[in-house]
Design a protein around this ligand. Sequence first.
Ligand code: HEM
Length: 149
Amino acid sequence: MEPPRKPRRLSPSQVKLVKLIHVISAAGWLGGTLAGSLALLRVHNLPSDSPTYVDAIALLHFVDTVVFIPAGLLLLATGAIYGAYTNWGFLKNLWIVVKWILTILVVALGFVFYFTDITFIVLQVLLILVIVILSIYKPRTLRKSSGKR
Ligand code: HEM
């Protein structure tokens, strides 16, 4: 019988590259959503046929297409790479499980309330801030295992 195969792990420099892509995407996600919600706050009381409103929405759609959607896909992809090819795993740390849930929630909110409701866009910003805080602090109470990766 063949011995069980060791799970494939990325080299330290590959993990660094994943982290670089992950963190740049995170910055794009937060920045894009923050800019979008501020622009929407600025115009949401204007009539929907006013030039300022029309321009702001057109810009938001552009930012959504070139920043938010690609960054979200990269975050999900790098999150999956962390899970499959590094010691972080998928379910070893509760803070990572919570990140998965919140990330999917932010994506779902984006699909359902596509620039239609200011409340949900502000909620998206808050959720992304919570995700960033979780990422930096990796709270102990949310850790199933400890130790440096
Ligand atoms: C799909 C869900 C996600 C998973 C599974 C995930 C997983 C991870 C993992 C394993 C790390 C590595 C931590 C380290 O090496 O120290 C990390 C870092 C990080 N993540 Fe995520 N992440 C996800 C989504 C996000 C999102 C949506 C954001 C923010 C918009 C984000 C922001 C960050 C930041 C800023 C770091 C760097 C933290 C540090 O260097 O200490 N992540 N993430």
